[in-house]
Design a protein around this ligand. Structure first.
Ligand SMILES: [Zn+2]
Length: 231
């Protein structure tokens, strides 16, 4: 809980730029930290009901899919970090065609959907609506061993099964943050709504500033739960 408390303080006290400047481990503490009393949607069964790792065939198929998308990645060894926190069937994305910051361990399915979203959802939307290329997608990170605040359940981040996207940097120098852009000008709002809609087709759970105040500054995407939760 110490980590979460520190993360919450950090979120309050540090500017986003400062937050992104610190190490990956700390940066991954950002994301969907929910203030006490607020509960992120419980998107999965209790931790002991969770399968240890995806079946080998499913994992192999996912990795073949990544390769077919010309995604560069490294498969990571299965890891059990204790306290129910794991990174099973995970990869580290090295090159998805659109640079993205702070990506640590991601389950293969999450990684494949993220790569496709960046390339086929975000990049075309930026060209069409904003008239610029996406130069960088900024995230608060992926793996983070912590519960959903206000709940005993572990976050999908504790299974390297979630990613928090915070901003988009464009080739013309603009930086669109979720926090400011969500209530920004019409064009920016249209872009963010389209990339969220694209995410909703790919990830099982998508949480945006429309969901609650804890998500005012990022999109949370995960591959947990039954799917179809998009808000
Ligand atoms: Zn999150």
């Amino acid at each position: 809980m110490k980590e979460r408390a520190w993360g919450t303080m950090a979120m309050r006290r540090m500017g986003q730029a400062a937050l992104l400047a610190v190490s990956f481990a700390l940066a991954s503490c950002g994301g969907d930290i929910v203030p006490r009393g607020r509960v992120e949607r419980a998107s999965k069964a209790p931790r002991d009901a969770r399968p240890a790792a995806p079946p080998p065939l499913e994992l192999r198929q996912c990795m073949v899919k990544l390769q077919s998308q010309s995604v560069l990645f490294t498969p990571l060894p299965d890891q059990n970090f204790g306290g129910g926190c794991t990174a099973m069937g995970s990869v580290k994305l090295l090159d998805i065609g659109v640079p993205a910051t702070n990506l640590g361990a991601m389950t293969c399915n999450l990684a494949a959907n993220f790569a496709a979203w960046a390339r086929y959802g975000v990049q075309p939307a930026a060209r069409l609506i904003l008239g610029a290329e996406i130069e960088r997608i900024e995230t608060f990170g992926t793996y983070n061993c912590r519960p959903i605040a206000g709940s005993g359940k572990l976050s999908e981040h504790a299974h390297s099964n979630a990613v928090d996207v915070s901003a988009f940097v464009l080739s013309d120098g603009r930086r669109i943050t979720i926090e400011q852009g969500w209530n920004g000008d019409r064009q920016t709002r249209q872009f963010l709504e389209i990339v969220r809609a694209s995410a909703c087709k790919r990830f099982r759970t998508v949480l945006s500033p429309d969901y609650n105040v804890a998500h005012r500054d990022h999109f949370h995407f995960d591959m947990g739960g039954r799917g179809g939760f998009c808000r």
